[in-house]
Design a protein around this ligand. Structure first.
Ligand code: C2E
Ligand code: CA
Ligand code: CA
Length: 512
């Protein structure tokens, strides 16, 4: 009795911990999604207030241009319209019929004159959040936000377990309803709902604890397994108790506190010495000021799925930080590191599009790096995702070439635009004792496949010369610059690269 009782007690204790950990994780998800909604509504409201302050009475070219500019500058708004007291659109930024085809009852908010409703839109945006701001004269300014922004791909799971995420306006009106891999609709029995303090918005995140338990089955199995069970279950308890306060929970907290910051390493043109762009490399800036390099947390971030919100956050930060400098230097590029898991689901394509299609950092300036170090689970799927990026004008690089699984077959099948040759092979250049045969054949291969080459980890002048002799045009490394904080990188670019002033027609075309 006692012998059976101990593992059973361990089992139930382990269960309790499992449940608690899951609850913490889904509560964190809910807080992130809600925080993003609040933030988007706040920013959109500021744009609407600005539009209202312009007192647009007619709809001439200047009025439309003013509205276009506001949408162009807004990271969240897809459309702004001035609506007459009869409810009809007087003017909007697109100069044609509004995108909205139907809208729910408007719900009031705590912000005076601001109401929210669910709208159905034409085209690709589908469901959208509509904001209307009433003015004393009886007109209204309306704006719409695409809801895909709130729940990007990658955030509908924790440790491989699919979550359900629902966002709605209260008292009613579904805005978003997405389910992660292995859909949990209907079976979810652990859920957290949060309601915004500022707006009539409710976010609910749910998961099936049964599916979760199955995933963590070893701990439960061990707990009922007899003799060894107690020890293992206790180890599980410690593990999960620790996890709750442990690295993944810490990372989510740090993300909310803005502790993950991008650094930017310049990429240099070896022909001209000019700056071609940069690679974004993440740093964890702890509250005490220490900078933790990615090697210390990227592995855990990838295993736990935290890499998805982290990558999107870095993209948003870079768009904001580099935007003003890059807007006037359209030739500059900015590279982001993606991991193998990003190439499993096409939603990453929509996420990248929604971040950069309305930012000053343009899709055509983006380079996405996929490392060769980890195997890609589905080559055809990855190729399809790469093709969609390329159609949008985003370029894709194979990173760490020469070190990983794929080698030649990745280069042939993935059809990326850029080959980044790993430091390991660059080290061989300029060091007489090492063979340069691999670098030479990689450079040859890139030329045959019509790919650009970027040499990584260039540390010496001998290497610079050796690369130039071989016709390699782009390089990054400590010989030029380490990864720099945003302000230093922008100052460097502003000092080195003249801004291109756009002609008025081009500027207009870009905004249109
Ligand atoms: P990586 O993508 O190969 O990045 C290049 C690494 O080489 C960076 O290390 C950079 O600081 C370092 N490096 C650059 N020039 C030199 C040089 O001349 N000599 C030497 N010895 N090193 C140089 P870092 O910043 O520590 O990043 C390490 C790795 O962490 C990156 O390797 C990348 O795989 C990963 N990583 C960094 N940021 C991100 C991110 O935002 N997302 C993902 N998924 N991975 C990231
Ligand atoms: Ca890289
Ligand atoms: Ca690399």
């Amino acid at each position: 009795m006692l012998v059976a009782g101990v593992p059973m007690a361990a089992y139930f204790a382990a269960e309790t911990w499992l449940h608690r950990t899951l609850r913490v994780q889904i509560a964190e998800k809910a807080a992130i999604v809600l925080g993003r909604m609040d933030n988007a509504i706040e920013r959109a409201t500021l744009s609407l207030q600005e539009a209202q302050a312009r007192n647009i009475a007619f709809c001439n070219a200047a009025d439309r241009e003013a509205l276009s500019l506001l949408v162009f500058e807004s990271p969240v708004l897809k459309e702004i319209a001035v609506i007459g007291s009869d409810g009809r659109i007087r003017c909007n930024n697109i100069g044609s019929l509004a995108q909205i085809t139907a809208a729910s009852t408007p719900y009031v908010t705590r912000i005076p004159h601001l109401a929210l409703s669910v709208a159905l839109t034409r085209g690709t945006h589908g469901r959208a959040l509509r904001l209307t701001l009433a003015s004393p004269s009886g007109t209204m300014t309306g704006g719409i936000i695409a809801v895909g922004l709130f729940v990007p791909y990658g955030e509908v799971q924790v440790s491989n377990l699919g979550l359900g995420i629902d966002v709605e306006l209260v008292p009613g009106g579904r805005l978003v309803s997405v389910h992660g891999p292995g859909g949990v609709a209907g079976t979810a029995d652990v859920r957290t709902a949060l309601v915004s303090e500022h707006y009539p918005v409710r976010v609910e995140v749910s998961a099936s604890s049964g599916a979760w338990r199955q995933q963590k089955g070893w701990i439960v199995g061990a707990a009922v397994g007899g003799g060894m069970a107690l020890g293992i279950a206790l180890a599980g308890l410690v593990l999960f108790g620790w996890r709750e306060r442990g690295p993944v929970a810490d990372m989510y907290r740090a993300l909310r506190n803005g502790e993950f910051i991008p650094h930017y390493q310049p990429v240099i043109d070896l022909d001209t010495g000019r700056i071609l762009g940069c690679e974004v490399l993440v740093r964890w800036r702890k509250p005490d000021g220490r900078l933790i390099p990615p090697g210390a947390f990227i592995g855990e971030a990838e295993r736990s799925g935290f890499i998805f919100p982290l990558t999107l956050d870095l993209m948003r930060q870079a768009a904001e930080e580099l935007g003003p400098t890059y807007a006037t230097r359209p030739g500059l590029k900015c590279g982001f590191n993606l991991c193998a898991a990003h190439f499993r689901d096409e939603r990453i394509v929509g996420d990248v599009a929604s971040i950069f299609s309305h930012s000053d950092l343009k899709l055509t300036q983006i380079l996405l790096e996929v490392t060769e170090r980890d195997p890609l689970p589905d080559m055809d799927g990855a190729r399809a995702i790469i093709a969609r990026f390329q159609e949008m004008g985003v370029r894709v690089a194979l990173d760490d070439v020469g070190t990983g699984h794929g080698g030649m077959s990745y280069l042939l099948k993935l059809r990326v635009d850029v080959m980044k040759i790993d430091k390991l092979f660059i080290d061989a250049l300029g060091a007489e004792r090492q063979s340069t045969a691999i670098v030479d054949s990689l450079i040859d291969l890139a030329a045959h496949l019509n790919m650009e080459v970027i040499a990584e980890g260039v540390e010496t002048f001998e290497q610079v010369e050796a690369l130039r002799r071989r016709g390699v045009r782009s390089a990054q490394g400590y010989v030029f610059a380490p990864p720099l904080p945003g302000s230093s990188y922008c100052q460097l670019v502003q000092a080195m690269e003249p801004a291109k002033t756009q002609s008025a027609p081009l500027r207009k075309a870009l905004r249109g």
